[in-house]
Design a protein around this ligand. Structure first.
Ligand code: SF4
Ligand code: SF4
Length: 418
């Protein structure tokens, strides 16, 4: 099996394909601390892409309450248990001094690709039962325990938090490795992972292999589907954006402003090109406050999380094993990092105004003229969002094509062939 370099685990690993890196990669940072679980992101995605028959249980974006919640149920603990059974005691990190090639140190255990036999299975995984997809928000707002005396930082005795989940558009996607028909593929131009609906035969190998369970089966078409990274918006071909690249629906709609999305440049060796002005690079590689979710699985996920401050460190280490090193380096979330997260890159050098910190209540009078000016800018900002909200024309175009297979995922591959 070819060897590829995975910088998140700090070493080479087995992967089905030789190439796994692009020149540019779709990436995102989510600040867990700010999420209020309003599910606006979930509904923005649902109402845009998965509102058709057969997609009722399909939530490309979901927000689950940890530690008990999960969609599908217990997806993460089941996978961790499978890995532990395949490589007993091996899920440990070598804490040697981090460097640019291995910023989190080295993972000493086996990835999901290395615990599979590489013949029958390309990646260790499991197929969730139908019931496990049925209640995406099971255990919503369920805390570990009630604390009658109250809680305080840094670690709460009773706790829960919200985990926002989309497809990670992994650098080494398990869904792509597992697909026997090569229907799942990764785009060269931005690293978005799609499933070609014309090639897919619904074997569900991708559903089984994806450790994050973000590939899903649609019974009405008998094919698998997954998050498409709103690629018409990302590439600027959505007719309503007039050729201007936009963030995805879930990022744009987020009420808590927890999400930051963009493209990062990637070097031939798979490392991100150094660019401290790119907020994604800054949060992931400079401040190291944004961490990948379960990097030990080996897919090199491209969604990063700023961990919740109040959660016991042991649990955070389970979620983001590099947490211990990152926490040592940046014990408290620096204010300027938060500001970076709050400034969408499309807002221009001055920002869009609405994300700036509001003055203290006592100073409101003094700041009133500036606030009025901000208010005007905010209103025009929101008008623009409203106009751009529903890329219905994209869907109409598919319907006009007259084929149920002419889905956005297939359309992307057709365009690429041309
Ligand atoms: S999260 Fe799952 S579905 Fe998405 S690219 Fe990675 S392996 Fe594939
Ligand atoms: S829209 Fe934003 S704040 Fe609301 S649930 Fe989604 S990620 Fe959290």
């Amino acid at each position: 099996m070819p060897r590829v370099y995975n910088w998140q685990i700090g070493r080479q690993m087995d992967y089905r394909f030789e190439t796994g890196t692009q020149k540019r990669q779709f990436a995102a940072v989510f600040n867990i601390n700010r999420c209020i679980a309003c599910q606006t992101c979930t509904m923005a995605c649902k109402s845009t892409w998965t509102f058709s028959p057969g997609q009722e249980l399909m939530w490309w974006n979901n927000v689950e309450t940890k530690p008990f919640g999960g969609y599908p149920h217990h997806w993460d603990t089941k996978l961790l248990a499978l890995q532990e059974a395949a490589d007993p005691g091996g899920q440990v990190w070598d804490a040697k001094a981090p460097n640019r090639a291995a910023p989190y140190g080295t993972f000493a255990g086996k990835t999901i690709f290395e615990t599979a036999d590489g013949v029958e299975k390309q990646a260790t995984g499991y197929l969730p039962a139908e019931d496990e997809w049925k209640s995406p928000n099971l255990f919503e707002d369920t805390a570990t325990r009630f604390s009658p005396s109250g809680v305080s930082l840094p670690e709460h005795s009773g706790w829960f938090f919200y985990l926002q989940r989309i497809c990670n558009h992994c650098t080494f996607p398990a869904c792509v490795a597992a697909c026997p028909r090569n229907a799942a593929y990764k785009r060269e131009e931005d690293g978005i992972v799609l499933i070609d609906q014309e090639r897919c035969r619904g074997y569900r190998k991708c559903v089984e292999a994806c450790p994050y369970k973000k590939a899903m089966y649609r019974p009405t078409t008998r094919t698998s589907e997954k998050c498409i990274g709103c690629y018409p918006r990302v590439e600027g071909t959505d007719p309503l954006t007039e050729g201007i690249p936009m963030e995805t629906r879930c990022m744009t709609a987020c009420i808590g402003k927890i999400r930051l999305q963009g493209l990062v440049n990637v070097e031939p060796d798979g490392q991100w090109t150094e660019d401290r002005q790119n907020p994604l690079y800054y949060l992931v590689h400079v401040e190291k406050v944004a961490l990948p979710l379960y990097p030990q699985f080996g897919t090199q996920p491209n969604v990063y999380y700023i961990p919740p401050r109040w959660v016991p460190r042991d649990y955070l280490r389970q979620l983001h094993e590099p947490f211990s090193r990152a926490a040592r380096r940046a014990p408290a979330l620096p204010r300027h990092s938060e500001n970076h997260l709050l400034l969408p890159h499309r807002a221009g050098a001055e920002g869009c105004g609405i994300h700036h910190r509001r003055p203290e209540a006592g100073n409101l009078q003094r700041h009133r003229p500036r606030l009025r000016q901000q208010g005007k800018r905010n209103r025009s900002h929101h008008r623009q969002r409203t106009v751009l909200r529903a890329p219905r024309a994209v869907r109409d175009e598919h319907h006009l094509a007259g084929s149920r297979h002419a889905s956005p995922q297939t359309r992307s591959r057709r365009t690429a062939r041309r």
